[in-house]
Design a protein around this ligand. Structure first.
Ligand code: FES
Length: 63
């Protein structure tokens, strides 16, 4: 519901929807998601967004 507005990566303004799409398209590791979306390459150096990506990955892959 809030996927479009909830930012996973604040510094690059990447919404959760983007991350989910990347996972749906076959990105099954944090690195692949980051590569596909650009998350993790911003100011936090991956520290802020990596745990969130990990969580989304686990949720989506365990469905
Ligand atoms: S929150 Fe943007 S790179 Fe981590």
């Amino acid at each position: 519901m809030l996927d479009k507005h909830t930012k996973v990566c604040l510094c690059k303004a990447i919404p959760r929807l983007k991350i989910k799409e990347a996972i749906a398209n076959g990105a099954d590791t944090v690195e692949k998601v980051q590569k596909a979306t650009g998350a993790g390459s911003g100011g936090c150096g991956g520290r802020r967004c990596t745990p969130k990506i990990q969580e989304l990955l686990e949720k989506q892959l365990n469905q």
